[in-house]
Design a binder for this molecule. Structure first.
Ligand code: GLP
Length: 322
């Protein structure tokens, strides 16, 4: 199923109540889940305590609940932390779980009266997420967020550019909120001096205390934000040339622009928490290389193996090579 179609899936329109019940089932919160029943989400190789085979064999209450509640962090304390990897049977479950994941990440920050520093992505994968986030704006405390766009095309003409990431976030997120976030930071695609603009952005991130949560998608070639294959793992926010695969995926016809400003991989790895979402078969090779193959600059997302708090949220198709 094409990603765009998923975002239009009528099932996404289901009531919150029925979906929350569905989510409870997939997380093993319903004691009736057990051998022979298939929860919507499985944990794959999480924290070293669960192998793929184990997870598939044992889909019962305890295993699923333990993984979700982060028990493996305790078990794995003497080892570098491995990512949490979640696979969902359907898009609804994934997006609602994503909302829950973000809600639990921002809650303690909001409770301490600090503004959660969020790095936000674009892409088709994220459209349903933004729709649900708007519905949950109060619970997520969005009005108190400080938002940083992950990337932006450059150079952009002045004025509104429909394909810009600024327009994407405006259309799918900010304009739909009753109380938009207090602080919105954007990489300015019209900036005459990209180097200066990137330094300004890095400065904003640093002086505001660093990113709390970076929400990422992944490109078919394994890019994160606009860090294309070959990007240095210690790269900072900078001007990059886009890979032909990326241009093909992002523009139907001739690309109006072939370069962009992006948070660097080094900048992203400094985020305290990273959540990365992949949907669809076209992402399965990138997901596999990023998670299961050795870390290598030819797959920028493999750099996430070096981060202590990464959650992968995958559908069946994007995870079918794991
Ligand atoms: C773009 C963005 C990325 C995004 C990726 C995936 O190139 N720069 O941040 O993760 O595309 O997009 P999609 O969800 O449309 O596949």
């Amino acid at each position: 199923m094409a990603i765009q179609k998923r975002s239009d899936d009528p099932a996404v329109q289901h009531s919150r109540k029925s979906l929350v019940m569905g989510l409870g089932l997939e997380l093993g919160l319903d004691a009736t889940v057990g051998p022979g029943k298939t929860p919507d989400a499985e944990a794959l190789g999480v924290g070293g305590a669960t192998s793929k085979t184990d997870a598939v064999r044992s889909k019962g209450f305890l295993k699923t609940l333990h993984v979700w509640t982060g028990l493996t962090r305790v078990l794995g304390s003497s080892q570098p932390m491995k990512p949490r990897i979640w696979r969902f049977d359907n898009a609804n479950s994934l997006y609602y779980a994503l909302i829950d994941e973000i809600a639990s990440a921002v809650r303690p920050i909001l409770d301490s009266s600090r503004s959660p520093m969020m790095a936000l992505p674009t892409g088709n994968t994220m459209i349903p997420f933004y729709r649900l986030a708007v519905e949950s704006e109060e619970r997520l405390g969005i009005r108190d967020w400080t938002c940083f766009n992950l990337d932006e095309y450059h150079p952009l003409p002045s004025g509104d550019t429909p394909y810009s990431f600024r327009s994407y976030l405006e259309q799918h997120f900010y304009s739909r909120l009753i109380h938009p976030p207090r602080h919105r930071m954007e990489l300015d695609g019209t900036a005459p001096d990209p180097k200066e603009e990137c330094a300004r952005y890095e400065h904003e991130i640093r002086t505001r205390g660093g990113i709390d949560l970076a929400l990422l998608g992944i490109g078919t070639n394994g890019h994160i934000a606009f860090n294309e294959p070959g990007s240095a793992f210690d790269s900072r926010t900078r001007l990059v040339h886009l890979h032909p695969d990326t241009l093909l995926a992002n523009f139907k016809g001739a690309p109006p622009v072939t370069s962009a400003l992006t948070l660097g991989i080094g900048t992203l790895l400094e985020a305290r928490k990273i959540v990365i979402v992949a949907m669809g078969k076209s992402k399965s090779q990138a997901v596999r290389s990023a998670i299961s193959d050795p870390i290598h600059p030819s797959v920028p997302a493999s750099a996430l193996q070096n981060h202590p708090d990464v959650t992968w949220m995958l559908d069946q198709e994007s995870s079918d090579r794991l």
